[in-house]
Design a protein around this ligand. Sequence first.
Ligand SMILES: [Zn+2]
Length: 373
Amino acid sequence: MLSVKLPLALLTLTMLLPSCCTCTCSGSSSGKIKKGILNSYLFKAADRFYPTTEISSADKFPRLNDKQLKEIEQEMADLLKTIQKLHSKEYNYVNKVFVGRALAKADAKIKITSRNVPICQVAPDNATIELDVKIAQALFRGALLDYFDHTDVFFREQFLKVSDIKPDEPDREGKIIKTFMKKKSEIERTATHTCVGDVFDMVSADRLEESSWPQLAGVGLSSVGLMNRYQGSALFMIAHEYGHIVLQHRERLKKAREEGLKEKDPIAAECQARAGLESEADTYAVVLLTNLQGPIPMEMVGMDKITGYDNFFRYVYQLGGFPEDRQQDCSYPDLDQRRILARSVEEAIWQKKEDALSMELDKQFIKLIEKSQ
Ligand SMILES: [Zn+2]
C-alpha cells in the first residue's frame, strides 16, 4: 500500500500547488531547475521586498509598484484556489469534523493593500480576503528566520552558509537576508544548459560538483525546506481566513452577540465567542492542510512545514505587527496556546490516518494469506 500511495501523495501535491515545489524533479536540465528556483514565490518575494543589496533594515516597508502588487495578488489567489479545491475535495470529511456547519463552497477573492498596516482579514462583504504588503513581507522574513532556527545544520549549510551569524547577534535578520540575497545572485550567475549540455558539462568539469546540474539540483533540494516554510505559512493564513467564510463565522458571531445580550456580561460573552471562532478557523486550516499531504507526513519525504502554523505563530504573527494580546477589545488566545492547539489537531489526524492505514494493511495481509492457502 505504501509504495502505491506515496507517489500518489506527491502527485496530488504537485498538481495542487503552484510551481515552487516541482522545481527539483529529476530529469530536468540545469536550465529548467534554475528557472524553477528563480520563479519560485520565495525568490520573487526577495526581489520585491529587498530590491537592492543595501539592506538598511529588515522591516523597512517596501515601496511596490502596481505590477508587483498585482503579482502578489495573483500568487495569493493561486493559493486560495488550492485551498478552495481542497475544501471541495475534502468537503464531506470537513463538514463532519465541524458538525454540519461548513458550506459546500463559498466565493472568495484576494485584495492586496499597501498601507503598512497589520491586516489580513475578511472584508464586510464576507468574500474578500484583504491582505497588506506588510504581512506578505512578514511571510518572507518568517520563512528565513524559521529556516535559520529550525533546520538541521547540515541541510541548512548546503544552501545558506549562516553558521557565522550567532543567534543573539544584533541585526541578525538583516545579515540572514543579505546571505540569502548573495546566494540568489550566485544562482543567477550560474551557467545553465540543456539536458545534453549538462552531460557534457559534467564530463568536462574537472570536479563533478563544479558542473551546473549537481550544483543547482543540490540548491533546489536544500532550499525546499525554506520554500515550504514560505508557502506553508501563506497557505495556513489564507486557509484560516477562508475558514471564517465557509464556517459562517460572521453569521454565527452575530447570533452569539444577540444571545449574549441576555447574559450578565454581554462583552465577555462576545469575546468568548470570538476566541472560539478564531480557534475553529485555526483548526479548519490545520485539518485541510494536513489532508493536502495524503496518507503520509511530508516530512518523511523531505517536504515538511506545509501545514505552516508553526512558522506563522512563532514568527510571522509578530513580524507582521499583529497585536498579540488584544483584538476588537477582547483579550486574545495566547500565540503559544494557538500553536499547541494546532499541533495537537495535526497529531490527532495523523494518528487516525496511521490507524486506518494499518487496518488496511492488515486486511491486505489476511487476503494474501487466504490466497496462499
Ligand atoms: Zn481569524
